[in-house]
Design a protein around this ligand. Structure first.
Ligand code: SF4
Ligand code: SF4
Length: 732
């Protein structure tokens, strides 16, 4: 070993020792913070499916490849990071001797070729990612950036480190080529040979370059160890467990979509018959009341901003960005952690758990952080502003987009639950809706004995469950379908089409109450449970003696469709629920319904969030429209998984939209820009919101918003459909 190698070896060992010591300390700190969360035993079930999903999502980059260029570039960088870690290891042999290499594999041509290819692709990948970050930097002139609010220096830092490590990998090889100590052939390692051709014949070059490579890698480790909230770096390790422990491992996309996570306390679903707010946790009032998986979610966020770029609230000027919400919770959790780890925290009655002695040595900043209310305005020092919390439509675009499977909607609703159930703090206008649900069983407060009014004037009988036994489908009408004038036309259209196709169906009539979706999404789990239990009982009675496959329900409202199909199982109600567009598509494809007159004038389709993104029903409504309309369906730029919310979900239908641009107006402008004269929808809430948007723009005479079922009815029974126009232009 020459004198240069003695120096490079000592320096490499020293910086590595410091970096490893700091990294171990950081991992212990992060583990301790994440363990502060509540138990979540359900995350340990089904380990086979979890492992499969984790491997598919990470190795296949299935979530990121939706953003194809970014996804492909990131894939090469990720593979580069894993495989080229071996070359960092190899550098430790090279600081000791410039001709050194990894034992065994370090002399194989296959290894040389594989690392060369991955190194080159990693270089291309990181340059692409750097260009994308620069092109989308928040400070660029004009336009909104998905990186707004991200900690930009951290992103640049990580990218430069990756770039430099890759470059120095080739420099080391280049010196070996230049000094004739490189064993791999030119065909397998062309770039290394090209670099070697321009480097001098310096015998110690490889050792010095290896030291620089180790120093760069260890600088990265030191910086991230000193910044445990640096998700852009830590996600390289945390993404694996975060995906493994996602709520529903079998779901290909967005495990936090569809059903909401039940209200839990101490890792068990809360039973409202026995629940006591002084003993049981009602939602989330303190950051440590999220589960450990919630805290892992916050730690894993890469700050990529994909969620933000798709969020309807953020895109219309509301203060909510799912990314910023996650970052606020993460920063708060880590800043408060010293206080919590010292034994601090409030019990469920609000009393401090720690003694003065326990808190005596806690940093004042941590104590100050602990005093912040989780939900509160800027003046109150709140972590999350109430306007942020209440701006969410629970559309799920954030969950759908997140490459590391963060479950934003569950976290938002958990915080809403505490605000509604314990603080009675929510937008006041929603109070009427909640009172109506409690007293009348529907959000409009309509008399229950008018639930069947929509059947009046139909030229066939609509049977009730109990009057007939041999019905195939129970037609779940929903509150909008029963009481709201436009939605009633959809209900009539569906019933007419089912009757035309010879489908045996029956309704519950006055036996039906609200599915509970608006109560659950606003956070009033108590009212949801009350309504849902009543409905589950009614439905179980209606289907008594039938196996699950024969307990078929068809629903026109995607919110009911989602709640009945995905959430009633949590209360013992197992049903086969389809959306009316799915059943209609089946009836057309099997020849039971025959479109005869194509609907003309250009048609576009708006995907309802709770049908599309939350339940992956994208094809059926398009198939129905494809059969019923003249020409091709015109798609809006934001469609299918990336559809833009109408603004009504998450009980926003019953709240005023006072901040920013109205979401429905944004969507209507996009629909109208397609030039289509018909905007087809599959949800009564979307219908109301988009109709309001069209009328607000004074375009009610030119553009019609209408349910897919009504489009089909016009094509199947043109005479009968006349007069069933759903758009109601407003006077003036
Ligand atoms: S659910 Fe929709 S509205 Fe709510 S934060 Fe996510 S993207 Fe935004
Ligand atoms: S998409 Fe996921 S990882 Fe990216 S910023 Fe949003 S929450 Fe963080």
């Amino acid at each position: 070993m020459g004198s240069v190698q003695i120096v490079t070896t000592i320096l490499a060992a020293a910086i590595t020792a410091v970096a490893v010591w700091l990294a171990v300390r950081a991992v212990m700190k992060m583990t301790a913070v994440i363990r502060l969360g509540q138990p979540a035993p359900e995350r340990f079930t089904d380990k086979g499916a979890r492992t499969r999903t984790m491997l598919v999502e990470t190795a296949g980059h299935t979530r990121m490849l939706k953003w194809s260029v970014v996804g492909a570039a990131h894939w090469f960088v990720m593979v580069g990071f894993i495989v080229l870690s071996l070359l960092v290891l190899e550098a430790y042999f090279e600081v000791v001797t410039p001709t050194g290499g990894l034992p065994v594999v370090g002399h194989w041509t296959v290894f040389g070729l594989a690392t060369e290819v991955i190194g080159v692709l990693g270089l291309v990948g990181i340059l692409v990612l750097m260009a994308i970050r620069l092109r989308n930097r928040p400070t660029r002139p004009g336009g909104r950036s998905r990186f707004t609010g991200s900690t930009m220096w951290q992103g640049y830092f990580v990218e430069w480190i990756v770039l430099l490590v890759l470059i120095f990998g080739f420099v080391i090889r280049g010196f070996k080529v230049a000094t004739d100590h490189f064993e791999y052939p030119v065909w397998a390692t062309p770039l290394s040979h090209a670099v070697g051709a321009v480097l001098p014949d310096w015998q110690d070059g490889a050792s010095v370059a290896a030291l620089i490579k180790i120093a760069i890698s260890m600088t990265w480790l030191i910086v991230i160890s000193l910044n445990v909230t640096m998700g852009v770096a830590w996600h390289r390790f945390l993404a694996f467990p975060n995906i493994f422990f996602k709520r529903e491992p079998a779901k290909p996309a967005g495990s936090g979509l569809g059903a909401l996570r039940p209200m839990m306390s101490e890792g068990k679903p809360l039973d409202f018959e026995e629940a006591d707010p002084e003993k049981d946790q009602f939602g989330v009032a303190q950051v440590e009341q999220f589960t450990w998986k919630g805290l892992l979610d916050f730690s894993t966020c890469t700050e990529c901003g994909r969620c933000q770029s798709q969020c309807p609230a953020w895109n219309t000027g509301k203060p909510l960005s799912p990314k910023l919400l996650v970052l606020s919770l993460r920063d708060h959790a880590y800043a408060k952690a010293p206080y919590l780890l010292a034994g601090g925290g409030k019990d469920l009655t609000g009393e401090e758990k720690a003694t003065a002695a326990q808190l005596a040595h806690v940093d004042v900043l941590a104590l100050a952080e602990a005093d912040k209310p989780l939900i509160g305005t800027a003046e109150e020092g709140g972590v999350i502003d109430p306007d942020v919390l209440w701006s969410c439509t629970t559309c799920g675009a954030c969950v759908e987009q997140c490459p590391v499977d963060i479950e934003h909607v569950d976290h938002i609703v958990d915080m809403r639950r505490y605000q509604v159930l314990i603080e009675s703090s929510f937008p006041s206008e929603a109070g009427v809706m909640l009172r109506n649900l409690e007293n009348k069983g529907n959000p409009w407060g309509a008399p229950q004995n008018t639930r069947e009014d929509w059947t009046k004037g139909l030229d066939f009988e609509v049977p009730r469950v109990g009057e007939v036994d041999d019905f195939e489908y129970l037609f779940w009408v929903g509150c909008a379908g029963a009481f709201e004038d436009r939605a009633k036309k959809t209900t009539r259209a569906v019933a007419t089409l089912l009757n035309e196709a010879g489908v045996k169906f029956a309704i519950l009539g006055e036996g039906e109450t609200c599915s509970g979706d608006p109560a659950r999404r606003i956070g009033n789990e108590f009212v949801f449970q009350m309504l849902a239990q009543q409905n589950v009982e009614t439905l179980n009675e209606a289907f008594e003696g039938r196996e699950k496959a024969k307990r078929k329900i068809v629903a026109t409202c995607p919110h009911c469709f989602n709640t009945l199909g995905n959430e009633y199982g949590q209360l013992g109600g197992e049903f086969e629920v389809v959306h009316h567009t799915q059943l209609l598509a089946h009836l057309v494809s099997t020849g039971k319904l025959t479109p005869v007159q194509p609907v003309d004038g250009g048609v576009t389709y708006h995907d309802p969030c709770y049908l599309g993104r939350h339940n992956r029903v994208f094809a059926a409504p398009r198939e129905v429209l494809g059969d019923a309309i003249a020409g091709e369906l015109t798609e809006m730029p934001r469609n299918s998984e990336r559809s833009f919310c109408c603004g009504a979900g998450g009980a926003r239908m019953w709240m005023e939209e006072k901040i920013g641009k109205r979401i429905n107006v944004d969507r209507v402008e996009e629909a109208m820009a397609t030039g289509a004269r018909t905007v087809a929808v599959g949800c009564p809430f979307c219908s109301t919101m988009l109709n309001d948007g069209v009328n607000g723009k004074g375009a009610g005479e030119q553009v019609e918003v209408i349910d897919v079922a009504s489009v089909l009815l016009r094509s199947v029974k043109p005479e009968q459909a006349q007069g069933d126009k759903e758009t109601e232009p407003v006077a003036g």
